[in-house]
Design a protein around this ligand. Structure first.
Ligand SMILES: Nc1ncnc2c1ncn2[C@@H]1O[C@H](COP(=O)(O)OP(=O)(O)OP(=O)(O)O)[C@@H](O)[C@H]1O
Length: 447
């Protein structure tokens, strides 16, 4: 198992390192930032340790277990501070009978989750390497595979909620699991909702010419996905509560109790806690459907995923030659109110016009998607840029400082956008790769 390193130097820290080594977990003295899982042993928790954990976890790929040796006091605040800095867990060595096993079991679980994250089930369907996306996806993978909890997926429209629900079902390890049953709550007609959910017996109402198995029956042994759950009327929430709580229901017009067992996944773009405060969503129903919650980031919060997603969607249209820099700039510089769905629609429009094996070029972009002439220069006079400069001047920054920060920000953003590929970042910044390397080295030294 590869680890990060230790900043603890006491005798007690050595005891921890030796015990972990006995379990095959090596904690080297220095702190090489390698591996996706790391252990940090700390004697005290000061700004230095917090900064160390923050740097180690910054890319969203690495999970860091912080171990505090016996005798060191970790106060409650410090543990949360470490978690905010990106630690995945904090273990106090003397609070467990077998702390080495506690640590090793966690690391093993994380390795299993990483293996699932790398598996085709995930990588072939869901694209994204930004820290914001990877963090939430890792939680989803873990919950899907290792628990049976109900899951509430929130996020703006088009952020991938349905795709995630399908992934959770795919990763569910139940042997002989049943189907995934999808019910869009916006399409449920109130007068027919009972039949949709519970099914009905023949002759239960006019038009019920045959028996019908409803969503709860169909989902038995599998997964029920209630999309747009925030649209369910209060009355229906009350009716669904029993079956979600106890797993028993009667069909409309029937007297027999049926049993059903399913995993429940719900999705919404509403804030259900606000709805609950307003009285339009039942509190007890909320707690049943949201044993675990995950909030999918908007595309704004994962801007560095735009190009990988665009390449994925273009490849699905048989246009796998990449994008010309001007098209890449268009794709990354534009807003996406409908998130990934908007991006997908745009890329499909562009890719379908494209011919030849080479990159998609500006001529493939439909006229109505071209940036208006004045927006290409808009950043020079935009409020955001002027506002930042105004703040800097008010804070006493010199012209040189402002210039340095602007340059370093551009370098950092270009490198992040190109996933660390300096050659491509240099091309975007129209500088030589060597110049970019030197600038990065200077940044690292200064930082
Ligand atoms: N991470 C991703 N990787 C690949 N495709 C994605 C990703 N996220 C979303 N998509 C695609 O974006 C589109 C919208 O996704 P989806 O329908 O799952 O979003 P949603 O949040 O359920 O939307 P809505 O709230 O409008 O129902 C789909 O075509 C989906 O395949």
């Amino acid at each position: 198992m590869r680890c990060l390193g230790a900043s603890g130097e006491s005798r007690a820290a050595q005891v921890v390192c030796d015990a972990l080594a006995g379990e095959g977990v090596m904690v080297p003295e220095s702190a090489p930032a390698v591996g996706r899982i790391g252990v940090v042993v700390v004697d005290t928790i000061t700004e230095r340790e917090v900064a160390f954990v923050r740097a180690a976890a910054a890319d969203g790929e690495r999970r860091v277990l912080v171990v505090v040796p016996a005798g060191s006091s970790v106060d409650v605040d410090a543990s949360w501070q470490l978690m905010s800095a990106g630690a995945a867990d904090v273990i106090a060595w003397d609070r467990s009978e077998d702390p080495a096993s506690d640590a090793v079991e966690r690391l093993r679980r994380w390795q299993q989750v990483d293996a699932l994250m790398d598996s085709g089930v995930v990588t072939e369907e869901l694209v994204g390497r930004s820290p914001a996306w990877r963090r939430v996806l890792r939680q989803i993978v873990e919950i899907a595979h290792f628990t049976t909890l109900s899951l509430l997926i929130t996020g703006e429209s088009g952020t991938g909620k349905e795709l995630v629900a399908r992934l959770v079902h795919a990763l569910d390890p139940r042997p002989d699991k049943g189907d995934l049953v999808v019910l869009d709550c916006t399409t449920v007609v109130p007068s027919l909702s009972g039949s949709e959910f519970f099914g009905h017996e023949r002759g239960a109402f006019t038009g019920a010419v045959a028996q019908r198995v409803g969503a709860f029956g169909q989902a038995d042994g599998g997964t029920l996905f209630l999309d747009e759950v925030g649209e369910l009327p209060l009355q229906l929430q009350a009716e669904l509560l029993r079956v979600i709580q106890e797993g028993t229901y009667k069909r409309v017009g029937g007297n027999t109790w049926h049993r059903t067992t399913f995993r429940l996944i719900c999705a919404t773009n509403r804030n259900l806690l606000d709805e609950e405060r307003r009285g339009t969503f039942r509190r007890d129903f909320y707690h049943r459907i949201a044993a675990w919650r995950c909030a999918l980031p908007s595309l704004r919060e994962r801007a560095r995923d735009i190009l990988p997603l665009a390449e994925h969607f273009a490849a699905l249209q048989e246009a796998a030659g990449g994008f010309d820099p001007a098209v890449s700039a268009l794709l990354t510089g534009r807003p996406y109110p409908g998130n990934v769905r908007d991006l997908r629609t745009l890329v499909e429009r562009i890719a379908q016009r494209h011919v030849g094996p080479g990159p998609i070029t500006v001529g493939d972009v439909p006229d109505d998607e071209r940036p208006p002439d004045d927006t290409r220069e808009a950043w020079r006079t935009g409020h955001a840029f002027e506002g930042a400069v105004m703040q800097a001047l008010a804070g006493g920054a010199s012209l040189k400082e402002i210039g340095d920060v602007a340059r370093d920000t551009a370098v950092r953003m270009a490198v992040a956008q190109e996933d660390g590929n300096l050659r491509r970042a240099a091309r975007i910044l129209t500088v030589s790769e060597r110049a970019l390397q030197l600038r990065r080295a200077a940044q690292l030294q200064e930082g």
